[in-house]
Design a protein around this ligand. Structure first.
Ligand code: NAD
Ligand code: IPM
Ligand code: MN
Length: 366
């Protein structure tokens, strides 16, 4: 294909800043590689609530379905935190994932040698870490019914339902089996089967799928509390991790600190082959630094690289972005979140970091 249409969902908080940086990097890559890119902006989250009183408007869904791929920044902010649930930014994000059928969320936590000092952990613990978290994205306690806050026996009771169907576990297990097969073949399924029935089913089904369909995959199981500890104690024991929606949400943020910052972690949300995926950083809208040109755009820029690879079949151009990011880090440029005292690096703003990556791509192809 010579040209691709991308739905661009800037969202809230630092969303517009990191989106601008990412779009300029993508445009640089497209020019260098000689393909076309068109961006269709669409509203999601708080911005959509403010404009049309719907966190995932029909027009946005239509734009997503019509696109070759979807690039999302981040949503959320204090302003909407006490809205009713259907008027929350997060509800829009969840609706998008669910309605597009994006049941698998790939969150790579790969420690770059340039950023070892940015991690709060010791060099020998993080050096060489390369983990892929395969997070189920459209089930679990996020979507289970019934849910709500009701008055029962004279007091308020809040409840959600942690629930997985066998078919949902099977399909995410297959994604994880394929991912692990292309990596080292080691897969750790994380659950809470010692306590939760839903986790026992998860463990049983995952075990069966691996035995029947991925005999070469070396499957292990770990309880989520232990996994949270092991990730910090000795992360190199992990290669691919597969887990449910909420455990994966938590463990992937934890894994970002191995890399050095949440501002470095990209992700790909994918469904059945053929439809567009959503490529989004793991982080949120960072309201504490929004509008200050301080955000790290690299998580979104690396998500764009995942988009080129997974949705557009542009592996070479994806690698150009990844190489350029590493070269910029090699050059000693850092945003605030990955800068450490006395590292001798130059502090850049969000826009300037995006520009550096673009310049690097241009100089690499010359
Ligand atoms: P957050 O990820 O927005 O921020 C956590 C911390 O990490 C903050 O200190 C923030 O400044 C920092 N951080 C995050 N991204 C960064 C970046 N690119 N560069 C530099 N620093 C960065 O999480 P939160 O504060 O718990 O949530 C804020 C809002 O974001 C909430 O409304 C939440 O629901 C939403 N959220 C959205 C997404 C998403 O859009 N996918 C993900 C997580 C949280
Ligand atoms: C993420 C976020 C979302 C999630 C929220 C904002 C709904 O934390 O993308 O990791 O929990 O999935
Ligand atoms: Mn999260």
């Amino acid at each position: 294909k010579a040209s691709y249409s991308i739905a661009l969902l800037e969202g809230d908080g630092i969303g517009p800043e990191i989106s601008a940086a990412t779009v300029s990097v993508l445009e640089t890559v497209a020019t260098a590689a000689g393909f076309g890119l068109s961006f269709t902006p669409a509203l999601i989250g708080g911005a959509a609530i403010d404009a049309v009183q719907d966190p995932y408007p029909p027009a946005t869904h239509a734009a997503c379905e019509a696109a070759d791929s979807i690039l999302l920044a981040c949503i959320g902010g204090y302003k909407w935190d006490s809205n009713p649930r259907d008027m929350r930014p997060e509800t829009g994000l969840l609706a998008m994932r669910s309605r597009l059928g994006l049941f698998a969320n790939l969150r790579p936590a790969k420690v770059l040698p340039q950023l070892i000092e940015a991690s709060t952990l010791k060099r020998e613990v993080v050096e060489g870490v390369d983990i892929m978290v395969v997070r189920e994205l459209t089930g679990d306690v996020y979507f289970g019914e019934p849910k709500g806050i009701d008055v029962i026996d004279g007091e308020r009771v809040g409840y959600n339902n942690m629930i997985y169907k066998e078919s949902e576990i099977k399909r995410i297990a297959r994604v994880a089996g394929n991912v692990a097969s292309k990596r080292t073949g080691k897969l750790c399924s994380v659950d809470k089967a010692n306590v939760l029935d839903v986790s026992q089913l998860w463990k049983d089904v995952t075990t069966d799928i691996m035995e029947e369909e991925f005999p070469a995959v070396d499957l292990s199981h770990m309880y989520v509390d232990n996994a949270a500890m092991q990730l910090i104690r000795w992360p190199k024991q992990f290669d691919t991790i597969v887990t449910g929606n909420i455990f994966g949400d938590i463990l992937s943020d934890e894994a970002s600190m191995l890399v050095g910052s949440l501002g470095m972690l990209p992700s790909a949300s994918i469904g059945e082959p053929g439809g567009p995926g959503v490529f989004e950083p793991c982080h949120g809208s960072a309201p504490d630094i929004a509008g200050e040109n301080k955000a790290n755009p690299l998580a979104m820029i690396l998500s764009a690289a995942m988009m080129l690879k997974y949705d557009l079949g542009r592996d070479e151009e994806a690698k150009m972005i990844e190489d350029a990011v590493e070269a910029v880090l090699d050059g000693g440029f850092r945003t605030a979140d990955i800068k450490s005292d006395g590292d001798g690096c130059e502090l850049l703003g969000c826009k300037e970091m995006g520009d550096k990556v673009s310049e690097m791509i241009t100089s690499m192809v010359k």
